[in-house]
Each structure stands twice: as structure tokens, then as C-alpha cells.
Design a protein around this ligand. Structure first.
Ligand code: AMP
Length: 287
């Protein structure tokens, strides 16, 4: 596996491959890799010839400097996982390489109303930072396809809006959420959970699964109310939101007939903020 620290070295590697018609996939990550990330690499291998994973902890998407500081960076472990997964190249630039002018470069694009909902309401400017770095990574790699996890449901929507804004010819592939055996969605942040937090963290997937399992017998309001009850009385867990939303707009769902419905949750477990979601597959009644 090749390791690139500069855009120019990466481009020099990719250029001859592109010239021979090889399809390039980009898997953007912030490192501290787990099997969720590796599932993106595997899916990329089914959709492209050359797989580039980027590892970059992007400062402009962090609202809390402490969160940025304590973000895990086990680089040797990450490289070993990527080699094992058969990744062709890893792009791991430093901050100066991605932000040569320093600061946030006054990036601002219109991402639509959904930018300010859910995660956007709790993490001001987060999606400007996310789309800013993903645009830079897209410019560096010029991939045919890019892989993103459904785990960050709102992020995928924002990336698609950014793509439309710049009219970029890149196919976005959304990959399913990989979970631990007990249901917790894998996340680089899970290592911060204490033993008690780890037990408590199951409330996220359990409350989402409740909605999936009981969708047919309850109204949307009832489902949300009952799901929120899961969080009552668990000390050390603080719910930020639990919502059933329209998957295209992220506005609260008003009817069960809406096209794509998704249940989304964010909660602080101990000092770690976790997010999770489940798409609601409605049974189509035909005839
Ligand atoms: P991150 O390193 O957390 O920025 O994540 C990099 C990519 O991996 C994003 O597209 C995430 O949505 C995706 N991802 C993170 N956790 C999971 C998971 N448990 N299952 C599938 N994809 C994931």
C-alpha cells in the first residue's frame, strides 16, 4: 500500500492509472479505523479498481476544541487494517497541506435547510467544515466513486448537496451501518466509553429498533414518545434528539406515507456523544 502525504504525490500516482481507464474510489475517514470503515473499503472494491482511503482529522468540522484534541489517532493500527483490507493507497496529509492559507478560508456554500437541523443544530458550522474538507479531498483524488456510511445519515445528504452545488461527476455510495454484536453502531468514539457507558450506549440501538419493530401499530408521535421513554432514568445518558424524519429533507415526518422515513438519535453517554439511525422499510401493500 502506498502512503501519500501530499496532494502532488497522490496525483502523480493516480494520473497514469486514470489514463489507462482505471476506476478510482475514495473512502474519506478520520482514522481510528474499525470494521465499519473496512466495510466501506470492501464495498469500494466492488465498485472501483483502485481504492484510496484518506485519513485526516479535519479541524474545521469540530465545534468543540476538546473533541478535536482527544480524537483518537492510532495510525500504525490504521495502516495495518488498510493493508489487510487490500487498500491501494492512503492519503494522510497534515493540516498545512489541506489548509495552506491557514484558518477556515471563509468557506460557505448553501447546503439547504437540512444543514441546520439535527446535528447541524447541535454542532454549529459542522457541515460547512465537512463539505469543505470533502471538496478538497475530491479535488485531490478526483474519484469516480466515493463511499460514505449511513451511520452519518445527515452527512451523506450534505455531501450530495455539495456535489450538486459544484456539479461534480462523482457517484456517492452509501454503505450500511456496521454494528457490534449487541447492536451498538461502531464508531471511533466508542473507545471513550467506560464499562458503564458501554452498557448504557445500547439504549440508542434499542430505541431505534423499537421504532422499526412497532412501526405498524403506532402513530409517529407515539413511536417518538415511546422511544424517548427508553432514555428516562438512565443516569449518565442525556438525549439530544430522537426523531422520525423525512429522509430527504430531515424535517420531522408528518405522515407515515412519506417516501423515505428514518429514525435518528443523538445522545451523550458519559462524556461521549453518540449518533445512530435506522431507515424504516415500510411494507408495501399492493392491490
Ligand atoms: P469517520 O472516520 O468517523 O469520519 O467515518 C468515516 C466514514 O466511515 C464515514 O462515511 C462514516 O459514515 C463511515 N462509518 C463510520 N462508522 C460506521 C459504521 N459503524 N458503519 C458503516 N460506516 C461507518
Amino acid at each position: 500500500m502506498e502512503i501519500f502525504k501530499t496532494k502532488s504525490a497522490l496525483k502523480a500516482f493516480l494520473q497514469p492509472l486514470k489514463a489507462t481507464g482505471k476506476k478510482i474510489a475514495l473512502v474519506p475517514t478520520m482514522g481510528a479505523l474499525h470494521n465499519g470503515h473496512i466495510s466501506l473499503i470492501s464495498l469500494a472494491q466492488k465498485n472501483a479498481d483502485i481504492i484510496i482511503c484518506s485519513i485526516f482529522v479535519n479541524p474545521t468540522q469540530f465545534t468543540d476544541p476538546k473533541d478535536l484534541e482527544k480524537y483518537p489517532r492510532p495510525i500504525e493500527h490504521d495502516l495495518a487494517m488498510l493493508i489487510e483490507a487490500g487498500c491501494h493507497g492512503v492519503f494522510m496529509p497534515n493540516v498545512e497541506e489541506m489548509y495552506p492559507q491557514g484558518g477556515d478560508e471563509n468557506w460557505h456554500i448553501d447546503l439547504g435547510k437540512a444543514e441546520f437541523l439535527l446535528e447541524g443544530a447541535f454542532r454549529k458550522g459542522h457541515y460547512q467544515g465537512v463539505t469543505q474538507i470533502v471538496k478538497k479531498l475530491f479535488d485531490a483524488v478526483e474519484p469516480d466513486v466515493a463511499m460514505f456510511g449511513q451511520k452519518d445519515f445527515q452527512q451523506v445528504l450534505m455531501i450530495k448537496n455539495m456535489l450538486a452545488h459544484f456539479n461534480l461527476p462523482i457517484t456517492i455510495i452509501t454503505c450500511p451501518i456496521i454494528r457490534e454484536d449487541d447492536g451498538l453502531a461502531m464508531s471511533s468514539r466508542n473507545i471513550h466509553l467506560s464499562a458503564v457507558d458501554r452498557k448504557n450506549s445500547l439504549v440508542l440501538s434499542k430505541s431505534l429498533q423499537f421504532v422499526i419493530d412497532h412501526f405498524d401499530e403506532n402513530s409517529i408521535v407515539e413511536l417518538e414518545e415511546k422511544a424517548k421513554l427508553f432514555y428516562e432514568g438512565i443516569s449518565g445518558v442525556e438525549l439530544d434528539y430522537f426523531t422520525i424524519a423525512n429522509g430527504n429533507t430531515l424535517e420531522p415526518a408528518t405522515s407515515k406515507d412519506e417516501n423515505q422515513l428514518v429514525a435518528l438519535v443523538a445522545a451523550k453517554v458519559g462524556s461521549t456523544r453518540l449518533i445512530d439511525n435506522m431507515i424504516i422499510d415500510k411494507v408495501e401493500v399492493v392491490g
